[in-house]
Design a protein around this ligand. Structure first.
Ligand code: EPZ
Length: 422
């Protein structure tokens, strides 16, 4: 088994470049199924989710080569519309092929991904939205059978919740529907905008991405063509590294992303009492390691991102006073708190609320990653804890962070990757 040994107390300083955005590139890969051809996607992070999505595309008949952060995808012979459970259960984001398969073939057979540590991860909003385009769904033995017997037609839907995945699947299917489609209460994440730009470069006609109302004018298959595209910077990795710089004093410059993609998040982090200098392509963070308590609630973009909730909780755990974090996006995203309590944090969870009473410091302990962001945040806690912290469950971290420990080491962190024989 592999684990990370983190020894706390070092000051971090220097500059670090983030990788391309996991939560964009997986959807760009899925979109390549919509139109046969050769695609080159650059700035692709070397993370396990990209390897799994590459296998999903291969199962659909595509050729996928990945090297030096560049994906070469050839979907010329991608003529299948079924994804196997063993791949889908590894990564629920593979549901992102649903919309593209419906657009390309008018049907799809995609295994239900099932829940994960942070929540049930239902798909009802995806189905409800796609039904407005003429898609019929049947679920049998854990497989989603989706069909548009009369072809896809334009439709208008208002989402109950601004679901990222439902917005993406609707948008991609609507590109090849006959007529115009509108999605209201759409997710507004920067990754949605990156996907819309990719699709428009392919010949789609999408407007309003990044706003709550997205309009898609259907086009014909012949109007689409393959494209080359550079993925946007990963704002969640950026936010994670900004918190590392804040916790360990800095100055740390995190570059390769758009600060406006983390608007409120950076505002809330700096409200805890640190200096943030904004640049066009990143930020520089500096702090004395002392933080003011804060109240934060997670919400769809442009609200505070749920994917930075655990990272903020580490700062709150050593802040001066009591902080309240409210998790509105996922129903079970506080498991990480239990591991932080093992390191001496004082946290009480009550449903969607966590009350964090700041303590003077954390102490190193063996801890286990519960999910991707929780795992990355346990390493952050280890950076300031007294003594040594052993973080296990690294497979979670590898899903979404490329060279995470190396990036922190390059800033001065005392982190060692250890292989144990158990
Ligand atoms: C995307 O997940 C991201 N994943 C998540 O990042 C991110 O936390 C989330 O958006 C919110 O920003 C990828 O992009 C691969 P949702 P997604 O649909 O699309 C409920 C990370 O750490 N819901 O916006 O699955 C759902 O259960 C990951 O990088 C329904 O109830 O998120 C959740 O509670 C974690 N029915 C909430 O909505 C549905 O049909 C938000 O889900 C769909 C969603």
């Amino acid at each position: 088994m592999e684990l990370l040994k983190v020894r706390g107390g070092n000051v971090l300083s220097g500059e670090i470049q983030v990788s391309g955005a996991k939560n964009s590139v997986l959807k760009l890969m899925a979109a390549s199924v919509m139109c046969p051809g050769k695609y080159t996607i650059t700035r692709v992070p070397g993370i396990s989710d990209v390897y799994v999505m590459s296998d999903v595309l291969r199962e659909l008949g595509a050729q996928v080569d990945f090297g030096d952060h560049t994906l070469s995808i050839d979907t010329t012979h991608a003529d299948k519309y079924e994804t196997p459970y063993e791949l889908v259960k590894k990564m629920r984001a593979s549901i992102a092929v649903l919309g593209p398969l419906l657009g390309r073939f008018g049907k799809a057979k995609v295994s239900m991904p099932g829940g994960c540590q942070i929540g049930e991860r239902k798909l009802d909003l995806h189905f409800a939205a796609l039904e407005h385009l003429g898609v019929e769904f049947e679920i049998e033995h854990g497989v989603v059978h989706a069909n548009a017997p009369k072809g896809l037609h334009g439709g208008r839907v208002t989402l109950d919740f601004a679901s990222v995945g439902a917005t993406e699947n609707f948008m991609m299917a609507a590109v090849l529907a006959k007529g115009t489609s509108v999605i209201d209460n759409a997710a507004r994440e920067p990754e949605i905008v990156d996907l819309a730009n990719f699709l428009n470069d392919m010949g789609a006609k999408i407007s309003g991405a990044g706003s709550p109302v997205i309009t898609i004018e259907g086009v014909e298959h012949k109007d689409l063509h393959s494209v080359d595209h550079e993925t946007i910077g990963d704002r969640i990795e950026a936010g994670t590294l900004v918190v590392a710089g804040a916790l360990c004093k800095g100055p740390v410059t995190v570059s390769g992303f758009k600060p406006e993609h983390l608007g409120l998040a950076l505002q809330k982090i700096s409200d805890m009492g640190l200096e943030l200098d904004y640049h066009e392509n990143g930020v520089t963070v500096k702090s004395d390691g002392k933080f003011k308590a804060i109240d934060v609630q997670t919400l769809p973009f442009p609200g505070f991102p749920t994917d930075l909730q655990a990272q903020l909780m580490v700062m709150a755990s050593v802040a001066d006073g009591n902080s309240i974090i409210t998790e509105n996006v996922f129903e079970n995203r506080f498991m990480f708190a239990g591991e932080l309590v093992r390191m001496g944090a004082e946290i009480r969870v009550d449903g969607h609320h966590a009350l964090i009473q700041g303590v003077s410091g954390l102490s190193g302990a063996p801890v286990a990653s519960t999910d991707l962001r929780g795992g990355a945040s346990l390493v952050l806690a280890g950076l300031i804890a007294d003594g040594e912290t052993e973080v296990s469950g690294l497979k979670h971290i590898k899903r979404g962070y490329e060279h995470y420990s190396e990036k922190l080491q390059s800033l001065g962190a005392d982190i060692e990757l250890v292989k144990t024989d158990e």
